[in-house]
Structures are given as structure tokens and as C-alpha cells.
Design a binder for this molecule. Structure first.
Ligand code: PRX
Length: 652
């Protein structure tokens, strides 16, 4: 890790920005430290108090239950996440407040009050039930960013069905793999959605994905674009037709805290995505607490997290977190730069957005587009800015602070993962002085450490592996139907009896001066392209399925906009030509297998891949080559690296 140049620049960044004085949730460093101390020393009291801010149909008597990996929280309690996110506000007289403001890419604006969102959610729940969905059944949701996506998720939570949301950018084979693994009985989709002025067709992808899958009994289709779609009578149902006679009043089920809430597939180091399983009570409490602490949410806030609901950020901080807090969550359907590069800033101005939470990739892209675009808009409504998904370089941080925040808004650089369910490391706007490029300190109760390959603490200032040593409520419970992999990937490496250690897969360094954490990125073969998680193996298996390809190895290389980009080294079968057409069809094969966002930025043909004597591909070497740290003029030179690779075998 120490060979990474970004560490030097991060360590050189020492400017700090003071916390704000008008925070409502955590005010001052002393308050944060007191919370952190208590949460570490007495998690039962601390998290029990937080949990009681929400409504439990059956009170829990134990807060921290079994230790990880088979962790439980609030295990004898019962609650309903949907009830807490919707009915609780309506019951308290807040039903007229706006729950969701939605803007379609073509420009339509729809606002749903909490009462309306509750009704729509109940209708979804009622339709899902009429389609045979019962407690514990899985429902796949493959929708554009429309309010129905939130209602469908909430409806599952209401009746105890388990949602698995699949990002609309995934291709049919990727959808199929997920639907099949989860054994979803219903797929909720739309005819299509709008992106960059074009329709992204979803229903045709679902038709291809579920063909011959016995588990899928129904496909529920939201009409969004109005484009005609193929129809399988009996299986397919229009949402608007079902909705017309659906009940707007469906009781929320009292569910055990450990009842499964959702499965979200994410990339690991193999070709097969992992189904991260989250459960009801702990996830609800963790997301409720962190949304309020980190974004300092208050009545009347319009909170805009730009993530798609298909990613964990969309689950926790587009849907559940803001709704639990009773604020307005903004959803935007389309591309950030459509029809002009100022679309985001016009949305901020139009809807008086207070909290804006996005990914460094987007920030870097906007930075490149120039200051004139944001300058055209009144951004004075903004109170707080957030960043998530990948390390943010100090230059982008500083631009965000100055050009979007106009030097007034704190930036929360939030570190977390699909697996963690909630933010674990982030500044708190009223407590933590911020510094460009630093995610700063763990949230209350989060016991992070940086360790070496043997699990020993490394001294501050040295890079190491980021681990978490105490459980937190929203942590993943297991991998869907693969608990052995769950233990092996996350727990086995450093845990000892009585002392579980969660391995994050990220590298980090602690600043010797103040203990601030800097996240350095993944230490495994997981890539982060534009904040989208991908495994090199997934991309490789898509490439080797191409008829011309003999072998392939993918690595990440730094990219000024997307953070990382996929660089594929490919050897072709004998007689196949390394030409542009082959390159194009290899990229198309990846798009077909996974989705457009996964297409390699570079496809480099080589006569051989550098391997160790035991046949292991020398990825570190390829990373150096991809990043231009080692000069290769043409394909044949890479072959010479095989020799070098063998010489370097000891280092790998
Ligand atoms: O490498 C870290 C990076 O994103 C990974 C998690 O990806 P995913 O599960 O898709 O969730 C993304 C949104 C929570 C992490 O292992 N990552 C996330 N946030 C940050 C980050 N890297 C640096 N700084 C962050 N703030």
C-alpha cells in the first residue's frame, strides 16, 4: 500500500475546517467523545436508548445479543420498519409533510406527502399479497428512480417480505443471476426509464432474465415511459391496473428484530456476487441514528442523496434514513448532466435542497465541467454536503467546498459499505473539524483499527488493513445461503474466540497528529468504478466467455474522473486478430453480461499474461503496467514481463 502516490498527497493535506455551531444532534467534540466512550463501554445502554426513539410493537429486553459472526441485536423485540418510517409520522400529525419529491429526467415533478406515500405503500403491499407474496418471500425490484421504487421497498418491509433491489443499469444476465439466487417470486419492474434523453428499457431485460425461471410467478410492471412492451398473460401485471382495486390500508406486521429485511447483491473477489443480508431491527436503529447524526437532519429539510436505490446508499440514505427522520427525500430519475451540465444545481435551487450527498466521481466530473454551471444557480439553501463511495481527493474536496458549498457548508466524507448497512466513519458536522480527503473519526460505538497482515495494530502514519472490533446494529447478518463464505471472507482471518474482528477489505492509515482516518481504497480484487463496486473476476469471466478470448486478467488503474477504471489484459485464441472490432466486441460482451458501467476502459492485447511458476497471474505487475508505472510499448513486450514476474514471485 505504501507505494501508492495518493498517500503522500493526502498526508500533505493539513487544512482543517471548523464544525458548525448550529448543529441540532451532536454539538461539540466533547459531546461526540462522551457518546463514543459510552457506546464502546456500555453498548446495551447506548443503543437501547437510541432504539427506544423508535416504536417497538414488542419491547426488546436485550440489546446486544449473540456475538458475530452469528450476531443478533434487540433479538426478542418486534417492530416494523415501514411503520416507523411512515405511520409513526402520520400518527403524530405530520402526514401532510412531503416525504418524497421526485423529478423525472424529462422534467416532471411529483411530491408525495407522508400520508400519500403510506397509501401507495399499502397498495403495493396489498398487490404483492394478492400475487401470493408472504412473510419471508423474496421480491426483486428492478426499477428506475421513481417514487414507486421506494413504495415497493417499504411495502416489502411492511409485510415482512424480503426485497432485493437490482440496480437498473444491470443487464439481463446479471438480473437473472440475482433473481435466481434469491429465488424471488415476484419481480417489480417498469417498461423503462429515462436516461440522457433516451429510454432505458427494463421490461425486455426482465423478460430475458426470468425466462424459464420457475421461482418467478409474477412480474409487476410500473408504466413509466409508455413504450409498448411484450406481455406474458397471467405472469405479467400492470401496476396501475392492480393499484386501481388495491387497498390503501394494510396493517404493518409486527416482525421479530432479526426478521430478514433485504438482500443486496454486491461484488466480492470471485465472479459470483454476494447476497448481503440485513435484518429489521438493527438496520432500522443504525440507519435512524446515523442519518440524524451525520446529516444533522431537522424538520423541513430536503435531503438529496443522488445514489440509485439499487445501491446500499440508496437503501439507507435515500429511502430509510430520511423517512425515519421525517424529512423530505429527493429522488431524481436521470443523468446528472442532462439536458445541460447544470441539471443537479438547478434541482438544488428548484427544490431548496438542504443536504446534498453524492459520490466523488460526480464531484470530479462537475469540477471538470467548470464553475460557470453551478454559478448560474442559487445554491444558498444548501446546509451540508456529503461524499461517499470512494476516496475523495483533496482537490475535489476543496472544489466541492468552495464552488458548491460556497465556503459555508461542512463536508461529511462518509466511509461505509453494503455490508455495514450504515455509515461507520464520518465527521459530525457540529463536532468534527474536517480536513480534505479524510473521513476523520469513527461514529459513536464503532471500534475501528488499522492492523498489519498478522492482525497487529500498526503505528499511526503507517498503512494497514481497516478492521472493526465490536459489533454495530446495522451490520450484515450473513451472506444469503452462504454462511460459510460470510465467515471466511469477513471473520476468519483475525477473529479469536471471544474477540471477533470484521475485515473490511479496505486499507487505511491513521494520522499521527489527531487519529483521523484516511481510507486508501480496497486491498483485494474489488474495483471501484465511479463508486460502483465490481470484482475483477466478474469482468474476467464475462471476457473469457467471448469466443475469441483465450485468457483475461482485469485490474484497476487510476482514472481522473471515475476514480478507478477497468483495464483488461487479454490473450486471444490462435488465429484471432487483436483488432478494433475484437476490442469492441469484448467490451460489448462485458456490457451484455454485467452492464454498461462495467465495460473496461482499456482492452490491451497481449501474447501472454505474466504468471508465477504456480500459474498465478501477477496482478500487482499488471496494475503497474495499467497505471503506466512500467512502460510497455506494444503487446509483445508484456510477454517479457513473464520473466520479470517470475523473478518477482517472492514479492507477491
Ligand atoms: O472501498 C470502500 C469504498 O466503497 C467500498 C464499499 O462499496 P459499496 O459496498 O458499494 O458501498 C458504497 C457506499 C457505502 C468500501 O469498501 N468507500 C465507500 N465510502 C468511502 C469509500 N472509500 C473511501 N472513502 C469513502 N468515504
Amino acid at each position: 500500500m505504501t507505494d501508492r502516490p495518493e498517500i503522500e498527497s493526502l498526508l500533505a493535506e493539513q487544512r482543517t475546517f471548523p464544525p458548525v455551531e448550529d448543529a441540532v444532534h451532536v454539538r461539540g467534540m466533547d459531546a461526540y467523545r462522551a457518546m463514543h466512550r459510552e457506546a464502546l463501554a456500555d453498548p446495551g445502554t447506548f443503543w437501547g436508548r437510541v432504539a427506544r426513539e423508535l416504536v417497538w410493537t414488542r419491547p426488546f429486553t436485550r440489546v446486544v445479543g449473540r456475538p458475530p459472526p452469528a450476531v443478533t441485536w434487540f433479538e426478542d423485540g418486534e417492530t416494523n420498519l415501514c411503520w416507523n418510517a411512515l405511520d409513526r409520522h402520520v400518527a403524530a400529525g405530520r402526514g401532510d409533510r412531503t416525504a418524497i419529491v421526485w423529478e423525472g429526467e424529462p422534467g416532471e415533478v411529483v411530491a408525495w406527502s407522508y400520508r400519500r406515500l403510506l397509501e401507495e405503500t399499502c397498495r403495493f403491499a396489498s398487490v404483492l399479497r394478492s400475487l401470493g407474496v408472504r412473510r419471508g418471500d423474496r421480491v426483486a425490484i428492478y426499477l428506475p428512480m421513481v417514487p414507486e421504487a421506494a413504495a415497493a421497498m417499504l411495502a416489502c418491509a411492511r409485510i415482512g417480505a424480503v426485497h432485493t433491489v437490482i440496480f437498473g443499469g444491470f443487464s439481463a444476465p446479471a438480473v437473472r443471476g440475482r433473481v435466481e439466487d434469491a429465488e424471488a417470486c415476484v419481480v417489480v419492474t417498469a417498461d423503462g426509464g429515462w436516461r440522457r434523453g433516451k429510454e432505458v428499457a427494463l421490461k425486455p431485460a426482465v423478460d430475458e432474465a426470468v425466462e424459464g425461471l420457475a421461482c418467478v410467478r409474477h412480474v409487476l410492471v410500473v408504466r413509466r415511459t409508455g413504450t409498448p412492451v411484450a406481455w406474458t398473460p397471467g405472469r405479467d401485471r400492470w401496476w396501475h391496473e392492480e393499484r386501481a382495486h388495491a387497498s390503501a390500508d394494510v396493517a404493518a406486521e409486527s416482525l421479530p428484530a432479526e426478521h430478514p429485511l433485504f438482500i443486496l447483491y454486491t461484488s466480492g473477489t470471485t465472479g459470483r456476487p454476494k447476497g448481503i443480508l440485513h435484518t429489521t431491527g438493527g438496520y432500522m436503529v443504525g440507519v435512524h441514528a446515523t442519518a440524524r447524526w451525520v446529516f444533522d437532519l431537522r424538520d423541513g429539510d430536503v435531503h438529496w442523496c443522488t445514489a440509485d436505490v439499487g445501491w446500499v446508499t440508496g437503501h439507507s440514505y435515500v429511502v430509510y434514513g430520511p423517512l425515519l427522520a421525517g424529512v423530505t427525500t429527493l429522488m431524481y430519475e436521470g443523468a446528472p448532466t442532462h439536458p445541460e451540465p447544470d441539471r443537479f444545481w438547478s434541482i438544488v435551487a428548484r427544490h431548496r435542497v438542504r443536504v446534498f450527498y453524492t459520490a466523488p466521481t460526480a464531484i470530479r466530473a462537475f469540477m471538470r465541467l467548470g464553475d460557470a454551471w453551478p454559478a448560474r444557480h442559487d445554491l444558498s439553501s444548501l446546509r451540508l454536503l456529503g461524499s461517499v463511495g470512494e476516496p475523495i481527493n483533496p482537490e475535489a474536496w476543496a472544489w466541492y467546498h468552495r464552488t458548491i458549498g460556497r465556503d459555508r457548508c461542512p463536508i461529511v466524507d462518509t466511509w461505509w459499505q453494503t455490508e455495514t448497512g450504515m455509515i461507520l466513519v464520518s465527521p459530525l458536522p457540529g463536532a468534527t473539524p474536517t480536513r480534505p480527503g479524510s473521513a476523520t473519526l469513527p461514529l459513536p460505538g464503532i471500534d475501528v483499527a488499522v492492523v498489519d497482515a498478522k492482525g497487529r495494530d500498526v503505528p499511526a502514519g503507517h498503512g494497514g488493513l481497516l478492521v472493526v472490533r465490536k459489533p454495530w446494529p446495522a451490520m450484515m447478518r450473513t451472506l444469503w445461503r452462504d454462511d460459510a463464505r460470510h465467515r471466511e471472507v469477513y471473520w476468519d482471518r483475525f477473529s479469536t474466540p471471544g474477540a471477533p474482528v470484521y475485515l473490511t477489505g479496505d486499507g487505511a492509515v491513521v494520522d499521527p497528529a489527531d487519529g483521523y482516518l484516511r481510507i486508501l481504497g480496497r486491498v483485494d480484487d474489488v474495483l471501484n468504478v465511479s463508486g460502483h463496486r465490481l470484482s475483477t473476476m466478474e469482468v474476467e469471466s464475462a471476457i473469457v466467455a467471448h469466443p475469441a478470448v483465450a485468457e483475461a486478467a482485469c485490474v484497476a488503474r487510476p482514472d481522473a474522473t471515475t476514480g478507478e477504471a477497468v483495464c483488461a489484459f487479454v490473450t486471444l485464441k490462435q488465429g484471432r486478430l487483436p483488432d478494433e472490432a475484437t476490442r469492441g466486441s469484448i467490451r460489448a460482451a462485458v456490457e451484455h453480461a454485467i452492464g454498461r458501467f462495467a465495460r473496461p476502459a482499456d482492452v490491451r492485447f497481449t501474447d501472454a499474461l505474466p504468471k508465477t511458476r504456480s500459474g498465478k497471474i501477477m496482478r500487482r505487475l499488471l496494475r503497474d503496467v495499467a497505471a503506466g508505472r512500467e512502460v510497455v510499448g506494444d503487446t509483445s513486450t508484456l510477454e517479457d514481463y513473464s520473466v520479470l514476474a517470475r523473478l518477482r514471485e517472492e514479492d507477491e
